[in-house]
Design a protein around this ligand. Structure first.
Ligand code: PLP
Length: 397
């Protein structure tokens, strides 16, 4: 059992971490999981790539999420080693032959996605023409409303999709259609449009479909990226599903990643040097802050100085990470007290999704082992009343 603290401040005062330290907020993951479980009328498959930490997987399982979207053999092995009864959906549309074979014969995986005829034949060959497959054809849906586009890489064009769906029907015990509206999707209409497109493809194929997987994409909240209320997304899906598929025996599935776990993770970094409004910190784009680099995302931050007071005025700062690479730069702006200096700690929030999991050991910089639990609410939240006011409100000129 990890150490548990009432606040990040008490944790920093106690541990004074030398390296970046990840913290876990079990209450935040509970809130998000219960929100999806209460409001999504179908099967929830957690997208493991978002955060494959066994602690997260086991926590979701204990809350009642028992299906997992996996993309690699490593993810399959991780989930199965901790949760042997988990239901796995192998939803990468380009898999190695060895991975398909091992997934089917050693791990009992029956659900696979594909977006080409070639992948269909690969799956059939490697499962020795299994007759108990659940096959999902992934459609390329425009990712118009998403901050992170996935459509250029995966999915079959809608004009060719009906033919592949019809072909796949001949081999699938259960046939599904899936799509991804793109990550950090900023409007619920994206799901309505995608579901209508899926319906058109299904009608054009003229074959019965057993499953509709509306994928991931549900947003989290970041400074300057404030999505509409999260319930509007699930409301849109429910309404559209009712309108388009209520007469058919179709199972509804979703694959949330970011929205389930973003708020549950944060990293505590330390300022090693200040040069004007650039802070040299001990984590960076080769660690858990990849998205703050190239994609220039802004994460919520707050100063943690356990030993004394700090200025009430804020200044915009940029961060340099610890490695030798000048790309290890996070433009921000990250608003922090104007007197921040070497030795201060900063909590960087919303890193439960695509945070630690993106990290490398480049240049020998790695985080602390272990992930203490914190009961304090996250710095920002889409769920409930947990949007915490910043510690200091006055902005310096
Ligand atoms: C197939 C698939 N499903 C689900 C997800 C999770 O997406 P998100 O974190 O945007 O909810 C991803 C993310 O890349 C994905 O590729």
């Amino acid at each position: 059992m990890e150490q548990r603290y009432s606040s990040v401040r008490s944790l920093v005062a106690d541990l004074r971490p030398e390296k970046p330290l990840h913290v876990f907020r079990p209450n935040a993951i509970e809130e998000a999981a219960y929100f999806f479980m209460n409001n999504f009328k179908g099967r929830i498959c957690y997208a493991v790539k978002t955060n494959p930490d066994p602690m997260v997987l086991k926590h979701l399982w204990s809350l009642g999420i028992t299906s997992f979207d996996v993309a690699s053999m490593q993810e399959i092995e991780t989930v199965k080693s901790h949760l042997p009864d988990a239901q796995l959906y192998f939803m990468h549309t380009v898999k190695s032959r060895a991975a398909i074979r091992k997934a089917y014969f050693e791990f009992g995986v029956r659900s696979f996605s594909l977006d080409t005829e070639e992948e269909l034949y690969k799956i059939l060959a490697e499962t020795e023409n299994a007759t108990d497959l659940q096959l999902f054809v992934r459609l390329a849906i425009p990712n118009t409303y998403a901050e992170m586009n996935l459509a250029d890489k995966f999915g079959i064009n809608l004009s060719e999709a009906a033919e592949l769906l019809e072909l796949t029907r001949g081999y699938a015990q259960k046939l599904g259609v899936c799509f991804h509206v793109g990550s950090q999707c900023m409007h619920s209409d994206a799901y309505r449009i995608a579901m209508r497109m899926a319906k058109q493809v299904i009608d054009a194929a003229g074959v019965p479909v057993d499953m509709l997987d509306v994928g991931g994409g549900y947003p989290s909240i970041y400074p300057g990226m404030n999505p509409p209320p999260i319930h509007t997304y699930l409301d849109a899906i429910e309404e559209e599903f009712e309108a388009l598929f209520s007469d058919d025996q179709v199972e509804l599935i979703c694959e949330p990643g970011r929205a389930l776990v973003a708020e549950s993770g944060a990293v505590i970094v330390r300022v090693e040097l200040r040069k004007g409004q650039n802070l040299y910190i001990n984590d960076g784009t080769y660690g858990s802050l990849f998205d703050a680099g190239g994609p220039k995302w802004i994460f919520p931050v707050r100063l943690i100085r356990p030993d004394g007071p700090h200025s009430a005025s804020l200044l915009p700062f940029s961060f340099f990470g610890p490695t030798c690479d000048t790309l290890d730069f996070m433009k921000g702006p990250f608003y922090l007290p104007e007197d921040i200096s070497e030795g201060d700690y900063i909590e960087v929030g919303q890193l439960g999704a695509y945070g630690r999991t993106m990290g490398t050991a480049f240049n020998g910089f790695t985080p602390e082992d272990g992930t203490p639990w914190v009961d304090e609410p996250p710095l920002m939240s889409l769920y409930g009343e947990h949007v915490e006011a910043p510690e200091v409100l006055e902005i310096a000129a």
